[in-house]
Design a protein around this ligand. Structure first.
Ligand code: AMP
Length: 283
């Protein structure tokens, strides 16, 4: 497994590979790798000649300084996992390498439209501007054939797909399923910050999502969302939103509609840990 820390060196290496017509699958991460990340690497390995994983905790996408400070960075464990999976290349840049003129230069504005005003964008101001900045840098550098990202960050997936279209990059976007713990909790690098009492309650997000999905033909979304909201609050979670939306563009919906693919998205905090999850509904 090759490790690159400098953009120019990675670019030269990739140019050689591309001249040999090798197909490249790319998995961007912030490290603290878990099975969810590893499933993306495995999918990329199955469909490409070579797989690149980046590990970079991108400061500009953190709207909460404490969240950034507490973000786990077990780099040696991550590299050991990637070696075991036979990932071909790891890109592990420093902050200086990605932001040579300091973080303020990242204050460019990307037009992300509607998607930068709802749900996660509303709750985490500036988050998707940070995501868009770093994804543009990484995609311009690597120009992979296929890009693998997780449905867990559903809104992020739509934003990155939009960036690919806006820039007319020929990158095949793959949104991969959410990997979960036994109680349904979506795997996340932040889960390890839950204490044992919080962890025992964290499966509730998914239980509410599957209950809404199971009952979608029986009641209105509003009633179900209210029940889930109250249940979670009773158990000590602080709910931020439970929202139904069109899956293709996240247009917010008041109630279930026939003939379209929908998604239910949820965000709630347990203590200091913020959790998000979502579930796709059948047409
Ligand atoms: P992160 O390191 O949190 O930025 O995540 C890197 C990539 O892994 C993103 O595309 C995430 O959506 C994806 N990911 C995170 N959690 C999961 C999960 N539980 N299952 C599948 N993919 C995930």
């Amino acid at each position: 497994m090759l490790i690159f820390k400098i953009q120019q060196e990675l670019k030269e290496h990739l140019n050689n590979l591309k001249s040999e017509a090798k197909s490249i699958g790319f998995v961007p991460t912030m490290g603290a790798l878990h099975q969810g990340h590893l499933s993306l690497i495995e999918a990329a390995k199955a469909e490409n000649d070579l797989v690149i994983c980046s590990i970079f905790v991108n400061p500009t996408q953190f709207n909460d300084a404490k969240d950034l400070d507490l973000y786990p960075q077990p780099i040696q464990e991550d590299l050991a996992l990637l070696t075991t999976l036979e990932c071909d290349i790891v890109f592990l840049p420093s902050q200086k390498e990605m932001y040579p003129s300091g973080l303020v230069t990242a204050n460019e504005h990307n037009d992300l439209g509607y998607l930068d005003h709802i749900l996660e964008a509303e709750k985490r101001p500036g988050h998707f501007q940070g995501v868009a900045h770093i994804m543009k840098e990484l995609l311009q550098l690597i120009l992979p054939d296929k890009l693998y990202m997780g449905q867990k960050d559903f809104q992020q997936c739509l934003i990155v797909q939009q960036l690919i279209e806006q820039n007319e990059w020929k990158i095949d976007f793959r949104m991969m399923p959410i990997l979960r713990e036994a109680d349904g909790l979506a795997m996340s690098s932040r889960n390890e910050r839950l204490n044992e009492f919080e962890r025992a309650k964290a499966g509730l997000l998914y239980q509410c999502l599957i209950s809404i999905k199971a009952k979608q033909h029986l009641d209105s979304f509003k009633i179900m969302a209210k029940e889930s909201w109250e249940l979670m609050e009773r158990k000590g979670l602080k709910v931020e939103y439970i929202q139904l939306a069109k899956a293709n563009d996240l247009t917010l919906l008041e109630d279930f509609e026939q003939g379209i693919k929908m998604v239910v998205l949820i965000a709630a905090s347990l203590g200091e840990v913020r959790l998000i999850d979502n579930i796709l509904l059948e047409d």
